[in-house]
Design a protein around this ligand. Sequence first.
Ligand code: NI
Length: 395
Amino acid sequence: MILSKIKEKSELYFTEIQEIRHHIHAHPELSFHEVNTAAFIADKLKTWGIKYQAGIAGTGIIAIIEGREPGKRCIALRADMDALPIEEKNEITYKSQNKGVMHACGHDVHTSCLLGAAHILNDLRDEFTGSVKLIFQPGEEMHPGGASLMIAAGVLENPRPDSIFALHVYPALPAGTVGFRPGKYMASADEIYITIEGKGGHAALPHQSVDTIAVAAFLITGLQQVVSRKANPLIPSVLTFGKIQGGFTTNVIPEKVEIQGTFRTMDEKWRKEAHQWIKDFTLSTCAAYGAQVTIEIPEGYPCVYNDPELTGKAIEWANAFAGSANVHALDMRMTGEDFSFYTHHIPGCFFRLGTNRDNKEFLAPVHNAHFDIDESALKTGMGMMAWCALNALKS
Ligand code: NI
């Protein structure tokens, strides 16, 4: 009964939500600068008569839709609003008008789906018990993550949600489908910054210098032991150095080499142990060569933990919504996502929204200049968010 109403409304509001998405897509803003996007969202909420509060952690917005007995239970739905520093290469009517900035990770889709769910839930507010909290957050793509700032600003209090849901576009699956993984789903992601310093000198007189290039080479190779020898083989871990910079020419030993990388894993205890091992190994290796070193591993995002019970229920709800043939099981992945912060405070479920067309079109991956979606996915996205909220309120 309520499911058919949600589906009818997803069809009814499709054109409106599609236009909203086109507007947000054409006007992308970088992390923590989502000023116009937030104003646009606030304007829609106001038009629909939904109470909201803007300016949370900068550009964040929270809104509340109250059903009957609003104090009884509360479910949160979250979307991220920021875009990436990528020049869009799609030739579409709603192409990015902000040079060098693009919604290449689909956060325009997430925001549009949440607005769609808000519109639907607001219509149905006499038909559910409890309240739904909508969280539009800034800066998912940038350290320290808008989610951590929103939590610090109190979005998980007054009222405290019983659980939280979010979706993310997924070009590997077709529109009309969704994907889930209970338990650990996405990795913690921490950045590593190492600067090695030594005495520079003539390449032909290495005994009079400290060869920072040789130290860096040994260090990069040696640090891989954290994955191959230190990590429990049953815990996924990855260490990648994406930047190494030092030196100028063939015959000079440089004074300084900088190395930057990322460490990712799926276990919070091991994550801390690994950081310590990486630091200790770096300090002792450089000391053995007589080089000075500084190493910093600023804390990034924790791993996304999908509450198994909540996610198990969500899979059942998705089966009812989309048909079990359209509900897929997902593998773990080593990419990061700041929704993880919420999942370490309250039970959370982060699921994937299929966005390609029949596995033939819209296959460009996220963070790619050609990324776009089959927009029929907006119906599934807004409907699923509303449907999950109403089911979770009852369970
Ligand atoms: Ni994203």
